[in-house]
Design a protein around this ligand. Structure first.
Ligand code: SF4
Length: 66
């Protein structure tokens, strides 16, 4: 799975980074960045939780391209 960030919608509250720090981080300017191009299977449950917890619906999961 790939995690997609809507940087316009993101309000940088850090809710998702606390759930999935392996893949998401906020920089010093409150810009959210992906640390992983692909979410590995062992992190998919946490990625789904990170998507659900976002109050701005700024994250979504998509299937990885083959
Ligand atoms: S939870 Fe949503 S609004 Fe908050 S930092 Fe993550 S993507 Fe941005």
């Amino acid at each position: 799975m790939r995690l997609i960030i809507d940087v316009i919608a993101c309000e940088a509250n850090g809710a998702c980074t606390r759930i999935l720090p392996e893949a998401l981080e906020l920089d010093d300017e409150d810009q959210l960045h992906l640390r992983l191009a692909v979410i590995p299977p062992e992190l998919e449950d946490k990625a789904e939780r990170a998507v659900r917890v976002c109050p701005r619906q700024a994250l979504r999961l998509e299937p990885s391209k083959p």
